[in-house]
Structure formats: structure tokens, C-alpha cells
Design a protein around this ligand. Sequence first.
Ligand code: HEM
Length: 175
Amino acid sequence: MKITEALDLPMPPNHDPGPIGWLRDHVARFSDGETHRHRRALITALLADIDPARLDPATPIATLAQAMDIPANPADVAEVARVYHPHLTPDTTAEQALTRLVHACGGTWDEPTAARICILVQASAGLAGPVRVTRRQAPDGTTIEVDLSAAGLRFGAGAHECPGQTLVTALETTR
Ligand code: HEM
């Protein structure tokens, strides 16, 4: 059964890789250069509007979604986070979870929706456990693993450095 039939929700227009492929193609996390700067600006604008006092350390993803006015199910966010990275293979459960998240964001497969979902998925992944390893593509196409804990870089570094650090600090100090 196709994901669309299972959910009775519209899918991303003309996007063969499916919902998770669409997400990877539209988030700051997997973009570079000018595209990254534009997407990162959307994310920092959204994060700047969130009052850290609204986040509950007991239910961080639910309260983060509420702070952005998204009626998202944190279980769907966790499902998407599980297969978010391009070296993993998405399954139907994750594709359906992402389709529900897009619809929770208003149902439009666009950049602002990708930015909101990027925030939720990155927060879910980051808060689930320390990010120990990140990956970068070398100019020759090989994938390099960077050990962040060894480098003392809990929040990464450079253009993709975690923009959620203020919120993480707020969550940790109210814990
Ligand atoms: C409210 C919680 C959080 C939010 C909203 C958030 C959001 C984000 C976003 C949107 C990015 C992608 C930025 C970009 O590509 O330009 C990112 C990257 C990152 N986040 Fe977070 N994050 C959160 C929690 C955490 C936590 C708790 C950790 C670590 C313990 C963490 C570690 C990282 C790292 C290491 C990266 C960079 C990954 C890389 O460069 O490959 N984040 N975060």
C-alpha cells in the first residue's frame, strides 16, 4: 500500500525520494553555502520567537512544538529522527510519521515547514543523547566522521553549529 493511501494525506509534489528524502533535501542541516544561510536564517528566526520559559524539561519536544504552534506528536518526531541522516534507509513508519508532521505544520511542503521540522527533529536527536559523531563530505565525495566529544565540541562548530544552545541551557537549568 502506498503511503498516501495509508494516510489519505497529500504527498510532496513531484518528489520521487518520498517524504524523508524531501526533508533531507530541504533542511539547513544537509545544505551548504547560500542555501544553508537562507535556511539557517529561517531557523534562527523561529528559535528567537520561542520563550524558553514555555519549555518543560519533562516534555521538551511537546512543549517546543506547542511554542511554535504545531500540534505535533513527539512520537512522530522521534520516528523521523531515527532515519533523518542520509546514510540511513527510511521505512514506511518514518515516512508516515513525517507526512503527519507536515500536516501538523499546515500541510504545505515548503521551506518554512522544513525549518520547523528540522528544529523538532534536531532537538529530539540532541536531547535523546549527546551527539558524539557527525559526518562531513570531503571534496572527493568520501564521508568523514568527526568525533565531537573528543574535540570537546558538544554543540558542533562552524556554519552548522547548534542554534538551539540557549534553549538547551534553559532546559538544563530548570531541570
Ligand atoms: C532545543 C533543543 C535543540 C534544538 C532546537 C537544536 C537545533 C539544531 C539545529 C536546527 C541544528 C542544525 C543547524 C544547521 O545545520 O545549521 C543543530 C545542529 C546541532 N546540534 Fe542541536 N538542537 C537542540 C539540542 C541539541 C543538543 C542537546 C545537543 C548536544 C548535546 C545538540 C548538538 C548539536 C550539534 C553537535 C549540531 C551540529 C551537527 C553538525 O554540525 O553536524 N543540539 N541543532
